[in-house]
Design a protein around this ligand. Sequence first.
Ligand code: ZN
Length: 237
Amino acid sequence: VDEPRPPAGLSDNHLLAALPARERGRVARHLEPVPLRVHEVLFRPGDTVSAVYFPTRGVLSVLMPTPEGRALEVGVIGREGLAGWPLALGSATTPLLTVVQCAGEALRLGAGAFRTELGRQGALHRLVQRYADVSVNMVLHLAVCGYYHPLEQRCCFRLLLAGDRSHSDQFPITQELLARTLGVRRTSVSAAARGLQAGGLIRYRRGRVHLLDRAGLEAASCPCYRTLRGKFDGLFT
Ligand SMILES: [Zn+2]
């Protein structure tokens, strides 16, 4: 059971933390802390993006649904980023489903205030542009990955990504969600997870994953993880 923690602040989101003090102060006046409850939907396809969310803890999953009721995961967002970034590219609506994967908190910024701040062409504008670029890269990687890389390798990639976003080696993720995000049947995910468990790479119990051997998982992952991590590591440098 997670210990109760004090409410998160601005500095817990990396994009907000990277703003110069004056800009951060200006943005702070418009931020509203909101809880992120597991399975909560922040955006549905077709929704007008009325606000963006800067997670301070927790993990969001971004999915592209199909009319047949399936979905492919095209993004994972933690406290390094923000949800609703297409707004910065001029889109008022989103084709994507954004769901809370691990509970936490976010700072919500209304679309109007977000646009006004971006219009100043300051640090937030620069950071969000870079973040959007890296996020588009993630979409491309996850698409190619889903098409060409073996499931067990994709499982490692996906678990490492969730570990990075939740800043922990232990986090909740159900096999249903993992199967959904990987676009495969639950039985296939169970088999892959059993393989990783037998190899001593993870422990999976009651909907919680414990990454036991990060180096081993990285070695067992497809190259997508390393490539993408490099891009995210470069965001704030
Ligand atoms: Zn891959």
